[in-house]
Design a protein around this ligand. Structure first.
Ligand code: PLP
Length: 242
């Protein structure tokens, strides 16, 4: 077995244990493999070990990698999630090449993604990025803005609003980290319970990374985004710049 396959198994065990402790079904939490900075061969290894959903931060890197992986005859179809910050001049590439976008935090970007989504493709699956712990310089809308933004995004024709995503800063204690995750989960629950039209598929709380996936599952995450725990340490800094 490759290291990547072993790492995937280890992450799935951690997820299963976290689900057991939270008394949640194992199938209620999915795994997004964050392959930023790693090449097409690493994605292939993970795919051959059964992983199907991949997350990327840097648009051009991702577009090149997606094409390389598609050309590999032994790799099954994969789902690609954009989890990096999106500038207006990159929305067309995102709309053309990705299946999901987790980092929508303003209407202008959502509008462009909807306008630029090619007609032959299914709607782009969208998570609203929420910032529950940072200042105004950090990506993500405020919890107060989230419901109105969700309503506006849900009305766009080529987008399907799927849920909420957040990248909370590390906290000094597990209790503090859990509390921050729970604030994100509360925003998710507020939108889900709102009765807004266009929320038929609103089922995704994208929360938790390698170091805090257990706490995120405890708070209700349905999709953990794991990079270094699968692929190893990244060789250049890859945290999204706020
Ligand atoms: C890099 C990244 C991850 C994965 O982080 P790890 O700590 O390597 O698991 C998850 N989500 C986002 C948005 C990221 O940028």
């Amino acid at each position: 077995m490759t290291t990547i396959a072993e790492n995937l198994q280890r992450i799935h065990s951690r997820m299963a244990r976290a689900c057991d402790e939270a008394q949640r079904p194992h199938a209620s939490v999915g795994l997004l493999a964050v392959s930023k900075t790693f090449g097409a061969d690493a994605v292939r290894e993970a795919a051959l070990a059964g992983q199907r959903a991949f997350g990327e931060n840097y648009i051009q890197e991702a577009v090149d990698k997606i094409a390389q992986v598609r050309a590999m005859a032994d790799v099954p179809p994969l789902t690609w999630h954009c989890i990096g910050p999106i500038q207006s001049n990159k929305t067309r590439l995102v709309a053309e090449h990705f299946d999901w976008v987790h980092t929508v935090d303003r209407l202008k970007i959502a509008q462009r993604l909807s306008d630029q989504r090619p007609a032959g493709l299914p709607p782009l699956q969208i998570c609203l990025q929420v910032n529950v712990d940072g200042g105004e310089t950090k990506s993500g809308c405020s919890p107060e803005e989230a419901l109105a933004l969700a309503q506006a995004i849900a009305a766009l024709p080529q987008l399907q609003l799927r849920g909420v995503m957040s990248i909370p800063d590390p906290q000094p204690t597990p209790e503090a980290m859990l509390a921050v995750h729970q604030r994100v989960a509360a925003v998710f629950a507020q939108i889900r319970g709102s009765g807004l039209p266009g929320l038929e598929a609103f089922d995704t709380l994208s929360l938790g990374m390698t170091d805090d996936l257990e706490l995120a599952v405890q708070a209700g995450s349905t999709l953990v985004r794991v990079g270094s725990g699968i692929f190893g340490r990244r060789s250049y800094p890859a945290a999204p710049v706020a």
